[in-house]
Write a protein that binds this ligand. Structure first.
Ligand SMILES: NC(=O)c1ccc[n+]([C@@H]2O[C@H](COP(=O)([O-])OP(=O)(O)OC[C@H]3O[C@@H](n4cnc5c(N)ncnc54)[C@H](O)[C@@H]3O)[C@@H](O)[C@H]2O)c1
Length: 550
């Protein structure tokens, strides 16, 4: 808890909510009981979703929106969130029918408001007592991976505390017939070797002899324009600890997910479902990391890697090749491979070091943004401007285009390194109001997780604010870093940029945003241009110079 304000939780818009007191729990229980009795009379299954974060809040709404064969609501969902100062506010917001997540997908707000206010199939609570009513519990709490150094994922560990605590709480409240579906991305082996024994022990204490009905099915949710569809209308993989758990999870997912169009894959054991998630994301992290060295090769040898990739992608066998931008962020890709490494040693007890590519890929992706600081330094130096005290504008704070999600974005690393080198940073992002990684850098995403730890001179960054007006942001800038392929940045006109900046600037393109025509124009306007993987800019620069002297 925040010692300066121990009894309140603040929403992202600053609304203050008082945390529940001891007396509130008995009132809450009576209210839940009444709701559940009413819903049971309507023959609805009671589903408790534990953890109302980016995944749980929307999954809860998708389940609450599910219909039976006659088009009637099939489930009543109680979203359960622990009353921490950081997250309690999500409960009153959901109970008003408001989404706790700001999303580019309009369906997120619609589905939550529909289920809370119209269908009345969704409510949220802070009380673990909700678990007593559950036919199904869905676990959507986080399982983070804490990195102890920058660029070395091996030096880290899975943070199992929230998850382990959840299993204990669940087992001490649920009935033995309750299906517990773990959706959290976990270290492979967690369902059978961590959740199962924890729950079994608690069951024993309660005099319950049966096995907990545990299953795993991971989320493939993609924050962005298709947020809801990426939960409801996408292929699922699942597995249970025994036959009954497997048939229960298959039945449940068929009732709530669009499995007719997107068939389920049922695997033999939960460790296979857990491994599928980790391999899926490590594969993606690896194909992105692989291009880092070719990006440097391109810069040093006059090659435009963007054109090279486009030439290769024509071949259907290689059409998922993607340019990595200034780093690979989002919540999942930077951590999931780490969970695999950690599991091999700490769950399964192996001492040998079989992992080479998975950790290397994460380390490369985690540090790729640092090179952008070098490009910026060099571009400014070519213009005779020292980096220290230069005004640098970064365009885009999100981890990918057209989303308002800053978690582990490459842009954060760029800002931190350039600040360390003495530059003054400003930021513009049309999708972000607050860049919490800076504004609350001492506690967000957690005090032990902030990348601030790895850089010096970061204190002033808590005052970094996201400018919404691009013209204002550009005024007086010495350098502009195009960091994210947000739509508005793709059409920026060099003449207007330079005019708004008030003169020639250094332009650093991190994501193949500039075509050759624009690069040429920037040079004609007296700017300096550099870009990740864009070795051909030097050629364009020389052409412009030659033309000018002719
Ligand atoms: N966010 C994504 O894009 C994404 C995509 C695919 C998979 N996943 C996986 O889904 C899982 C959840 O991710 P997320 O982004 O929703 O995390 P999150 O941190 O946004 O949400 C987790 C929530 O669980 C709550 N919580 C923790 N302990 C609790 C407890 N004991 N009781 C009740 N609530 C508790 C937290 O307060 C928080 O609100 C992770 O394993 C993640 O890897 C996430």
């Amino acid at each position: 808890m925040n010692p300066s304000n121990p009894i309140h939780s603040f929403s992202p818009t600053g609304e203050k909510f008082q945390l529940p007191s001891q007396e509130d729990y008995s009132t809450e229980f009576e209210q839940l009981k009444e709701m559940v009795n009413h819903q049971r009379a309507l023959k609805r299954e009671i589903v408790v979703v534990m953890g109302l974060g980016f995944v749980g809040a929307v999954m809860a709404a998708v389940v609450a929106d599910a219909q039976d064969g006659n088009g009637n609501p099939a489930k009543f969902v109680i979203g359960m969130q622990r009353p921490s100062t950081r997250s309690f506010w999500k409960i009153p917001l959901i109970n008003r029918g408001l989404s706790p997540i700001s999303s580019e997908d309009p369906e997120v707000a619609l589905i939550i408001s529909r289920c809370v206010n119209e269908k009345k199939t969704l409510t949220a609570t802070f009380s673990y007592d909700a678990l007593k009513f559950a036919d199904v519990v869905i676990v959507d709490v986080q399982c983070d991976y804490l990195k102890e150094s920058l660029g070395n994922v091996r030096n880290g560990r899975a943070e199992m505390e929230a998850l382990e605590e959840s299993f204990e709480i669940i087992a001490s409240h649920i009935s033995p017939e309750t299906l517990v579906l773990i959706e959290t991305t976990v270290a492979p082996g967690t369902t059978e070797q961590i959740a199962y024994p924890i729950m079994k022990k608690v069951f024993k204490k309660r005099g319950i002899n049966g096995d907990p009905l545990l299953a795993h099915s991971f989320e493939r949710v993609m924050p962005g324009k298709n947020y809801v569809a990426s939960i409801r209308d996408l292929w699922r993989v699942c597995s249970g600890v025994n036959k009954e758990a497997t048939s229960r999870v298959v039945k449940f997912l068929k009732e709530v997910i669009n499995t007719e169009k997107y068939p389920l894959t049922v695997l033999d054991r939960p460790i296979e479902s857990e491994t599928a998630k980790i391999v899926e994301n490590s594969f993606r992290a690896t194909i992105l990391a692989f291009l880092d060295e070719w990006s440097l090769f391109a810069e040093q040898n006059g090659v435009d890697l963007i054109k090279v990739i486009n030439a290769i992608k024509v071949r259907p066998t290689h059409d998922n090749m993607i340019f990595p931008g200034p780093g690979i962020g989002g919540y999942c890709l930077p951590k999931d491979g780490g969970l695999g490494l950690w599991a091999y040693r700490h769950i399964h007890g192996f001492e040998d070091d079989i992992f080479k590519i998975t950790p290397l890929a994460i380390d490369i992706n985690d540090t790729r943004g640092l090179h952008v600081a070098q490009l910026t330094r060099d571009a400014l130096r070519n213009m005779g401007r020292p980096l220290a005290s230069a005004e640098i504008l970064i365009l885009g704070a999100s981890y990918r285009e057209d989303v308002g999600d800053t978690r582990y974005s490459g842009s954060e690393l760029i800002v931190r390194r350039l600040t360390e080198m003495g530059a003054e940073l400003r930021v513009h992002d049309p999708y972000i109001l607050h860049w919490w990684e800076f504004e609350r850098q001492d506690e967000y995403p957690a005090s032990s997780h902030s990348l601030k730890r790895f850089f010096r001179g970061q204190e002033k960054l808590k005052d970094l604010r996201v400018e919404q007006d691009l013209r204002k942001a550009l005024k007086g800038a010495d350098a502009v870093i195009l960091a994210v392929r947000h739509k508005p940045y793709l059409t920026l006109d060099p003449d207007e940029v330079v005019q708004n900046a008030g003169g020639p600037i250094a332009v650093v393109d991190c994501f193949g945003i500039l075509d050759d025509h624009k690069i040429r124009r920037y040079f004609e306007l007296g700017c300096e241009v550099k870009g990740l993987g864009r070795g051909h800019v030097k050629r364009i620069k020389d052409q412009v110079k030659t033309q000018a002297t002719q």
